[in-house]
Design a protein around this ligand. Structure first.
Ligand SMILES: [Zn+2]
Length: 427
């Protein structure tokens, strides 16, 4: 996570002004026909490939080892022959940095480390303005956010104050502070829009009991299952728009008011699903970052491309990115794997829960922690077991009622968590 309040407003506005002038086609690109967008994406991709193969030590080596020249990449099929870039490659960012982009002149973002080792990504100024401000602005405007709206960010941060100056348009609240302390400050600030992790908003809505009235809520960073979405929307009486992104690439895809999936920023990000044609691993190639080019980056999430075009009329393709992080797939006895989404979908209509979490403790044992509402009873437990039995055959499901589900150290909630060692075979 980077930049809590961002740079001072004046500087940010100047950056935005310059950025807008540099990308006059950004607003229009989202409405282009899908074929034209594909052409635009391909032209930009070819330039990125050429740049990486020429100026980045790692890619220069990879191309030489594979015996491929950048001009050999003539079709998307050719591009898929390139070896993917992994998180391990990011451990030596100096190898990725392109010549002519000295590290001390670049913007940087560091991962929170919740998935293991921390890594740092570098951005040149143009890439930073485009990915950190302009693409986000395009998406938020599509959802109704206006320049004069006040925005509350609920995020990881130790320094966020609860005293909010009334003239500020945006304010960061630390999710590590007790909610009882955050509530009055958030109520006074009266933001139009909220940003944060879904699991946190479930807790906040519950504690607020109608005292907080945002007009819209933007979620990211965690799997947003239908159950959690409904809990947030009912709690705040406001629509939820989910955003998919990562530290290394920034914003990748976002929901518009039609809620038909997440619109991929296809003009500036190439997304592949491996294997193609079904749900699989997400590979990303940002098309703007000349400082630290990334080709076919395996980000550690899974997702799928959705067929058809959104009712809103945008040509940006639709994806469903949040089938869960690869590490949270359950491995069942017999060797099959199960996406977190299958579990959350199975129980989405069961009433009586405020929040829940699945933990796979043993290959054939699944613990379901439930923060119950008053109407949660034996019938709810029976319904849960009945709904889960066909999804996890041969697995014993234990249901535990708890007062609360604590977040991880990062402040994120993991709805589905596997405690099995990643490489241990399940028999
Ligand atoms: Zn749409």
């Amino acid at each position: 996570m980077s930049g809590v309040g961002g740079p001072p407003l004046a500087r940010r506005m100047a950056e935005l002004g310059r950025g807008m002038a540099r990308y006059p086609g950004l607003e229009a690109a989202q409405w282009m026909a899908p074929e034209r967008l594909q052409d635009l994406q391909w032209q930009r991709l070819r330039r990125v490939v050429q740049h990486a193969a020429t100026h980045s030590p790692l890619y220069r080596r990879r191309f030489a080892q594979a015996g491929i020249r950048p001009e050999d990449i003539r079709t998307p099929e050719d591009f898929r022959q390139l070896p993917p870039t992994t998180r391990d490659d990011l451990r030596a960012p100096g190898e990725l940095l392109a010549e002519g982009f000295p590290e001390d002149r670049l913007r940087r973002s560091t991962t929170s480390g919740s998935t293991g080792r921390r890594t740092t990504s570098y951005f040149d100024e143009r890439a930073w303005v485009l990915s950190k401000y302009l693409l986000k602005l395009r998406a938020r405007r599509a959802c109704g956010l206006q320049p004069w709206h006040r925005v509350a960010l609920f995020q990881e941060d130790g320094s966020a104050a609860t005293q909010v100056p009334s003239h500020k348009r945006s304010h960061a609240f630390s999710i590590h502070r007790p909610i009882a302390e955050i509530l009055p400050a958030a109520e006074r600030f009266a933001a139009h829009a909220y940003y944060g992790f879904p699991g946190y908003f479930v807790q906040l809505a519950q504690a607020a009991q109608g005292r907080l009235r945002p007009r819209m809520i933007f979620t990211s960073g965690e799997l947003l299952d239908p159950f959690t979405r409904r809990a947030i929307e009912e709690g705040f009486q406001a629509p939820v728009f989910d955003v998919y992104g990562c530290t290394e690439v920034k914003e990748v895809a976002w929901e518009c008011p039609a809620h038909a999936g997440h619109h991929l920023n296809a003009d500036w990000v190439m997304l592949e699903i491996d294997p193609p044609g079904a749900a699989g691993k997400v590979l990303l190639t940002p098309l703007y970052n000349r400082a630290m080019p990334l080709l076919r980056y395996v980000v550690g999430d899974t997702g799928m491309l959705l067929p058809g075009r959104c009712a809103c009329g945008r040509g940006l393709p639709l994806i469903r990115p949040t089938l869960g992080r690869s590490v949270d797939y359950l491995r069942l006895p017999g060797g099959t794997t199960l996406a977190p989404y299958s579990l959350t979908c199975a129980i989405e209509d069961i009433e009586g829960m405020r929040q829940y979490q699945f933990v796979q403790t043993e290959p054939a044992r699944l613990l379901l922690r439930v923060v119950p509402r008053d109407d949660f009873g034996a019938h709810s437990e029976a319904a849960l077991r009945q709904a889960l039995a066909p999804v996890v055959p041969g697995v014993e499901v234990a249901i535990e009622r708890v007062q609360e589900i604590p977040p991880e150290r990062s402040g994120k909630y993991r709805i589905v968590q596997s405690c099995l060692p990643p490489d241990r075979p399940v028999t």
